[in-house]
Design a protein around this ligand. Structure first.
Ligand code: EPZ
Length: 476
C-alpha cells in the first residue's frame, strides 16, 4: 500500500530506531526538557569515545538531483535509499508544487515520483518552498522541456562562498534558453526549443555539469560538455538518465557526450551512498578515539579519504556491507591536504577532519581550493582551545578558483591541544557537523545551537549519536 505525500507532510519515514537507543533518547529528552532546551540545541558532555554501528543512506547530493530528473520522464520513477533529510523534503515540496505526485514506497527510503501532471507552479508558492536549497536551479532544463517555461527562486545553500550560477546560465543560453532576472529569482523560456550545444565549463562545477546533463538529454541534437565534473554522484546521475533512455558517454579528460532523444521514461534506482556523511562519522571516530562501523559505504568512492584517514593515524577495515573506522591508539599525525575536484580530497571532507587534526602531534595545513569561505567554522574550534590560524596567502596558482589574498584559502592547525567545552553555534552544514565532533571530543560540556542546519544533510543524526553511546541531552 502506498500513501500519498502532500507538500505539507513530505516527511520521509525515519529509519527504524534501535529499541535501546529509543530508551536512551527518551531519557535524554526528559533531561533536555528539564534544562529548558529548544529543539534546535543540544548539550553534549564530551570526552566519551563513539562506538557502535550506524547506517548511511543515499547521498544528499545525488538523491535531490535524481528527484528533479524524474520530471524528464513520461512515466513514474522509483528512487530508493533516499535519506530522511530536510534537503530532500524541500525538493519534494517543490516537485509537488509543480504537480508531481509523490508517494512513499513500501520500503524505508523508497519514493515514487509520478510526473504525469506537471504544471506551472505559482511563483509565490515556489518562493515559500525554495528554502535554503540550491537545487531549484536544476529545475530549469526539465521545466523548459516539459512546460516551455520556468521560474527559479533565488537560491539558498550554505554561506561558504558567493556561489554564483553564471556557469549554469551561460550553458542554458547556449541551449537556446531566454533568461530574465526578476526581483526574487529568474524566469526562463525557450521560444525556439532547446538545441544541443558545445559547452566548455570554466571549472569542473558539479552543479553546472548536472544542469547540462538535465537539459541536453531531451535537447534536439548532440551536446559535447568539456571540463565536466566527474564526481561519483555525477556518474550515478548519468546512470539514472541512461536508465530513462538517454544516450550519454563519458569520454577521457572530463568530456561528456550527450545525444538528445525525443522522450524519456521513468527510472528505478537505488541512490549511491553519502560519501560526505560517511567521512564525517569516520572523522568522529578518530577525534573521539572511537570505533564506528559505517554501514552502506563502499571503498571505491572513499579511496582518497581513506588514504588521508590512514596517514593521520586512523585505521579502517573494508567489509561487503560497510567500512569500520577506528582510532588504533597512539598519536595522530599531522598532514597537508589540498581540497580539489574528484578524485581529489573533497572540499566537504575537510571540516569534520579538522577536529582530529587539532589532536595530532604537529602542524597540519589545509588548502581550500574550491570555495572562498570554507574556514568560518574554525572560529568555534579556536574558542574551544584549538590552535588554528587561517591565511589569505596560500599556494599560488593562476588557475586557482579561490584567488590568493582575496579569500581565506589556507588553515594551519597545530596540535596536540585539549579542547574544552563551549557554547557554539552551527554556521553551515559541514562546519556544523565539525562542531558536533568538537563538542563530543572536548572535555566538559558544550551547548551546540542552530542544529536544524545539520538536519539538512545528516539523516537522524541524534538517533545515531544515541546508537554510538554519546552523552548528551536535548529536547526533540
Ligand atoms: C555541490 O555544490 C555540492 N552541493 C557541494 O556540497 C560540494 O561541495 C560541491 O558540489 C563541490 O563538490 C550539492 O550538490 C547540492 P560547484 P555546487 O558548482 O554544485 C563555483 C555540501 O556540503 N561556481 O562544483 O554548488 C562555486 O562558487 C555541499 O553537501 C561558479 O563560480 O558546487 C564554487 O566555488 C557544499 N559558478 C565552485 O565553482 C557557477 O555557476 C564549485 O562549485 C557554479 C559554481
Amino acid at each position: 500500500m502506498t500513501e500519498k505525500l502532500t507538500t505539507q507532510d513530505t516527511a520521509v519515514e525515519t529509519a527504524t530506531e534501535d529499541a535501546d537507543a529509543a530508551g536512551r533518547k527518551l531519557d535524554a529528552q526528559r533531561a533536555g526538557a528539564r534544562v529548558g532546551l529548544t529543539s534546535d540545541e543540544i548539550i553534549i558532555n564530551g570526552g566519551r569515545p563513539l562506538k557502535g554501528r550506524i547506517e548511511v543512506r543515499g547521498a544528499k547530493n545525488l538523491a535531490t538531483k535524481a528527484m528533479v530528473a524524474a520530471l524528464l520522464g513520461k512515466t513514474p520513477s522509483v528512487l530508493r535509499n533516499v535519506p530522511n533529510i530536510s534537503d530532500v523534503r524541500v525538493v519534494a515540496g517543490l516537485l509537488a508544487l509543480h504537480g508531481v505526485l509523490i508517494t512513499k514506497g513500501d520500503q524505508a527510503g523508497e519514493w515514487r515520483l509520478d510526473p504525469s501532471n506537471v504544471e506551472v507552479a505559482h511563483q509565490a508558492d515556489i518562493d515559500a518552498h525554495a528554502g535554503s536549497s540550491r537545487i531549484p536551479i536544476l529545475f530549469c532544463g526539465p521545466l523548459l522541456h516539459r512546460l516551455g517555461e520556468a521560474f527559479i527562486p533565488d537560491l539558498g545553500g550554505c554561506r561558504i562562498g558567493d556561489r554564483p550560477i553564471d556557469f549554469h546560465l551561460d550553458a542554458l543560453r547556449q541551449f537556446g534558453a531566454v533568461i530574465e532576472k526578476l526581483p526574487s529569482g529568474i524566469s526562463l523560456t525557450a521560444p525556439d526549443g532547446l538545441k544541443g550545444a558545445n559547452i566548455e565549463l570554466p571549472y569542473p562545477s558539479v552543479g553546472a555539469t548536472e544542469q547540462v546533463l538535465l537539459t541536453a538529454v531531451l535537447a534536439e541534437g548532440q551536446t559535447e560538455l568539456r571540463n565536466a565534473a566527474i564526481e561519483p554522484e555525477i556518474v550515478d546521475l548519468i546512470c539514472i538518465l541512461q536508465k530513462m533512455g538517454a544516450i550519454i558517454s563519458m569520454e577521457p579528460n572530463r568530456v561528456i557526450f550527450i545525444e538528445g532523444v525525443p522522450e524519456l521514461r521513468g527510472y528505478d534506482h537505488r541512490a549511491i551512498f553519502d560519501r560526505n556523511e560517511a567521512a564525517s562519522w569516520a572523522a568522529a571516530a578518530l577525534a573521539t578515539k572511537g570505533d564506528i562501523f559505517v554501514g552502506g559505504v563502499e571503498q571505491e568512492e572513499m579511496m582518497t579519504f581513506l588514504n588521508v584517514f590512514r596517514k593521520v593515524g586512523g585505521d579502517f577495515d573494508v567489509h561487503d556491507d560497510g567500512i569500520r573506522f577506528w582510532h588504533p591508539g597512539g598519536e595522530l599525525k599531522p598532514v597537508v591536504i589540498e581540497t580539489d575536484v574528484h578524485p581529489g580530497f573533497m572540499t566537504d571532507w575537510q571540516q569534520p577532519l579538522v577536529v582530529a587534526l587539532t589532536l595530532a602531534q604537529g602542524e597540519s595545513t589545509i588548502h581550500e581550493t574550491v570555495y572562498e569561505n570554507r574556514f568560518g567554522f574554525t572560529d568555534a574550534l579556536v574558542k574551544m582551545g584549538a590552535d588554528i590560524v587561517v591565511y589569505k596567502e596560500g599556494l599560488h596558482d593562476e588557475n586557482r578558483r579561490v584567488k590568493r589574498r582575496e579569500f581565506e584559502q589556507a588553515a594551519v592547525i597545530t596540535g596536540p591541544v585539549h579542547l574544552r567545552g563551549a557554547d557554539i553555534e552551527v554556521p553551515d552544514l559541514r562546519g556544523g557537523f565539525s562542531h558536533l565532533i568538537a563538542a563530543l571530543t572536548a572535555e566538559g560540556q558544550s551547548k551546540v545551537t542552530n542544529l536544524g542546519i545539520i538536519s539538512r544533510g545528516y539523516e537522524n543524526f541524534i538517533e545515531k549519536l544515541h546508537l554510538l553511546g554519546a552523552d548528551f541531552v536535548y529536547e526533540s
